[in-house]
Design a protein around this ligand. Sequence first.
Ligand SMILES: NC(=O)c1ccc[n+]([C@@H]2O[C@H](COP(=O)([O-])OP(=O)(O)OC[C@H]3O[C@@H](n4cnc5c(N)ncnc54)[C@H](O)[C@@H]3O)[C@@H](O)[C@H]2O)c1
Ligand SMILES: O=C(O)C(=O)C[C@]1(C(=O)O)C=C[C@@H](O)C=C1
Length: 386
Amino acid sequence: MNPLSTAPDAGRQRPRVLVRGTGLLGASIGIRLSADGHAVQLSDPSGTAESIARDIGAGQIREAGDPDPEIVVVAAPPEVTAAEAADALVEFPESVVLDVASVKAEVLRQLRELALSPGHDLSPADLTRYVGTHPMAGREQSGPVAARGELFTSMPWVITPAHDPATGEQIPSPSAVAWAEEIARRCGATVHYMDPQEHDASVALISHLPQIAASLIASRLQDAPTSALALAGNGLRDVTRIAASDPNLWVQILAANAAPVVEILHGLRDDVVRLIRTLEDPRAPGRQADIAQLISEGNSGRARVPGKHGAPPQSFARLIVIVDDRPGQIAAVLNDVAKVGVNVEDMRMDHSAGHQVGMVELSVLPGRCEELAEALTELGWKVVQS
Ligand SMILES: NC(=O)c1ccc[n+]([C@@H]2O[C@H](COP(=O)([O-])OP(=O)(O)OC[C@H]3O[C@@H](n4cnc5c(N)ncnc54)[C@H](O)[C@@H]3O)[C@@H](O)[C@H]2O)c1
Ligand SMILES: O=C(O)C(=O)C[C@]1(C(=O)O)C=C[C@@H](O)C=C1
């Protein structure tokens, strides 16, 4: 009997996993599952991506004659995801097949079309072993070199089981869904369930809109004078980090989720037009209240962004440690923080223009900030609380 025909057994089973597509996502999953004791096989049309993934500990390159995987994770670009998942369902008739593409309804639509197509070996019954998923974690860099085993820790991972449009019944078997959930948990993520359409509408707002906004803002900088760019502070860095993302990937994501994105862009356009009108004559009666309203609407939205583990938003206390600008200083600070036993929730490094010093900004729980500042000062660090 297929060991995966039942739900995960109290976390003891370690099914063999094939990761198809060993870029950022695939290699990160491979690292995490290998560390958790799974035998992970790797395959990618790019031999370089496969070799790098293997070399960084994501698993072993799948060779002819290797045993069939029990779980396949398709981590390929969105436009080939349905075809890759279909091939895996046909090639490994006992395996559970997951994908991690950023869009869900279009992948499912293509898979259904393949299952109904007389020219394809995929049958509708095979779809009982397919589970669409989407880890809400990534980076602006791609390829296995950017992979990190910790990528998914405490981040949401959405599972989007398909339902039969006629009967409303869930298509993937309960054990396939349970295994998808188990893989997400073993990668350190927190699991959410949604149907594919609700997922796509949600990510249009919380993922696709930010990407578009970051790209549009960063594109304004292309011809900016170098003297202006030299003044760039954290505000600009915060809102443009994801503007460095892969254009190829985003063409595919936005094209596959265009309708919900367009709806949101209409609303954004209305707000931009309103702001332009206001600022054309900012001293006219009522205009300053308009500006204040726009900024405070942003405050309200921002306050709703949840913290780690989907917990309510939490403001961390921040302290800045001033370090000499030489190798090993960040590690030395973090080492001392670990000695004090305080968890760092976030960290960033900044340089003071024209000075040979760096500023390591540490975000910690407010209740631990005072104690950490005192301990680091005692250990000889220059500490500033902000
Ligand atoms: N980048 C992110 O932040 C992020 C986050 C969550 C989900 N995703 C999704 O994960 C998937 C992979 O994205 P990524 O960021 O790892 O991209 P990536 O470019 O880092 O890696 C994609 C890999 O897929 C390989 N590939 C290309 N065609 C293939 C095929 N037909 N079969 C198997 N592999 C193939 C490429 O050679 C490459 O190594 C995408 O579907 C993306 O939507 C990305
Ligand atoms: O943090 C980043 O760099 C990301 O772009 C990650 C992000 C996101 O919007 O949160 C981007 C696209 C993916 O589909 C999932 C995650």
